[in-house]
Ligand binder design. Structure first.
Ligand code: PLP
Length: 482
């Protein structure tokens, strides 16, 4: 299996190469040239680690079977407390795929607990001996999940850039208390797009690469633009489908719809990949918050980022430039020339419009909707009062949007974070006056709902803060060169 660039389809690299490089030249993204076909009957009874191994083997063809077996077992066994891919019934026909039972309580653990192992092995496969310096722009959850995945790994350094005042208190503390000699954490003035644009600019800057090369350091990315981030996310779509089939919630081979709280379009794109591999997926519903650039795009074919950026109670979805959409555009248009032109237009004018054939193919697979903070809050309350199901602010957006996009098929909402990561907003949604501190709010949330907060979150305020630096977006370059 080879990988192509979304901006130059003539390029061909191995999986190891795609993972080590992160980005293709001219800011292109690596995509698989074909989709390996799933053997649903053979896969349906596999454990989560076994399923991950089988699925990844089709994409990571230059990795040994032994390595994949050992890496998937080490990642998805005990680290997820036996709850990897847990799917909970909320109502008849409505399910929650709880993706937050990993070490940092967000779905990004699925990719970021495995990806570091994939990177170390890729360097080994390619006989590379340089130091890999990973730069991560994060709106909150990626940062901690990446730090937790990479901390202490040999031959790797990681620097995380998060928007100052753009994350929850808990998200920030999760990052700035991270241990490990090979980690750095910076707050960046501005919003997530400022941090992400700054990091992308460093990746595109050849003088940075040249300077680091003299020190035998090579830059890489842990953002969801890296193929090693995306591939592991395909697994849980299959796993959830098999669990629904097992319970008789869906007839074998009949479709299931998925509704995904979306920011950078990585999680939902993995669902599209699952469908391309033969999983019976009906609609993939793209749920956005008030930053609804994707809703408009999927409905009209015009992507227009020239709009107000809102800070919402679902900060991991506060995004105006949704990077992984580029991959979808490449798959449906089949043209790296078109994609390169659209992306250039976006960079220069802030918008682009796709052709009607491309839009039609997108609409065959995707539906879209959005919900504001108040609707999300009403949803948290409704799900708890009616169904005794407690969800976080991101998941709530998806539950709300899912209601407007139901078909005859069962609907699975991807639940992307523990409600205890955003305890103040969740409490307020339940109609309880939220205390100032996240930690008091966690206890109050337990009291109000009877749900236990994860231990890793409860103990955060007792850990020493290691990182306090706030930098301007322009200073990301200098930080990357340290
Ligand atoms: C990252 C994140 C999302 C968005 O996922 P994308 O892959 O960027 O679309 C949604 N919810 C939570 C809690 C997240 O951390």
């Amino acid at each position: 299996m080879q990988y192509q660039s979304t901006r130059d389809s003539r390029l061909r690299v191995s999986a190891s190469e795609a993972i080590v490089r992160g980005l293709a030249p001219q800011s292109g993204l690596f995509v698989p040239e074909t989709f390996p076909q799933a053997d649903l009957d053979a896969w349906k009874h596999l454990s989560y680690p076994e399923l991950a191994q089988k699925m990844l083997a089709g994409f990571l063809t230059d990795y040994s079977a032994d390595f994949l077996k050992q890496a998937t077992e080490a990642t998805y066994g005990s680290a997820f407390g036996g709850k990897a891919g847990r799917t909970v019934k909320v109502q008849d026909g409505l399910y929650s795929l709880e993706l937050w039972h990993g070490p940092t309580c967000a779905f990004k653990d699925y990719a970021l607990q495995l990806m570091p192992k994939l990177l170390v092995e890729a360097k080994h496969n390619l006989n590379r001996t340089e130091t890999t310096r990973i730069l991560v722009a994060t709106s909150g959850d990626t940062g901690k999940a990446a730090l937790a995945g990479y901390a202490g790994l040999e031959g790797i350094e990681i620097s995380v850039f998060y928007p100052n005042a753009g994350t929850s208190e808990i998200q920030r503390l999760q990052m700035v208390t991270q241990t490990g000699e090979n980690v750095q954490v910076y707050a960046v003035e501005g919003n997530f797009d400022d941090a992400q644009t700054g990091v992308k600019r460093v990746f595109a800057d050849e003088t940075v690469a040249a300077e680091l090369e003299k020190r035998n350091i090579r830059l890489s990315s842990a953002n969801s633009i890296n193929w090693g981030r995306l591939a592991p996310q395909i697994v849980y779509y299959f796993y959830a489908y098999f669990r629904l089939a097992e319970q008789g919630a869906v007839a074998w081979g009949e479709p299931v719809d998925f509704c995904v709280p979306t920011g950078n379009f990585g999680d939902i794109l993995a669902g599209y990949y699952a469908k391309q591999m033969g999983l019976p997926v009906g609609k993939l519903v793209c749920a956005s918050n008030k930053n609804n650039v994707l809703t408009d795009f999927i409905r009209t074919g015009t992507y227009d980022a020239r709009r107000t950026f809102y800070k919402t109670t679902s900060p991991s979805m506060d995004i105006l430039i949704s990077s992984n959409l580029e991959r979808l555009l490449y798959h449906v248009s089949g043209s790296s020339e078109k994609v390169a032109a659209w992306m250039q237009e976006l960079a220069q004018t802030g918008k682009y419009t796709v052709d009607v054939e491309t839009l039609a193919k997108i609409q065959q697979n995707f539906a879209a909707g959005f919900a504001g903070d108040e609707e999300g809050a009403a949803e948290i309350r409704a799900r708890f009062e009616q169904d005794r199901y407690l969800c976080d602010t991101h998941t709530a957006v998806a539950f709300r949007v899912a209601e407007t996009c139901r078909s005859a098929a069962p609907m699975v909402v991807l639940s992307t974070a523990s409600p205890f990561k955003f305890p103040r907003d969740v409490l307020a949604a339940l109609g309880t006056q939220a205390p100032e501190s996240d930690f008091a709010a966690m206890s109050a949330l337990t009291e109000a709902t009877g749900e236990e907060a994860p231990v890793s979150l409860r103990q955060l305020d007792k850990l020493p803060v290691r990182f306090t630096e706030v930098i301007a977006p322009d200073a990301i370059r200098a930080a990357a060169l340290r």
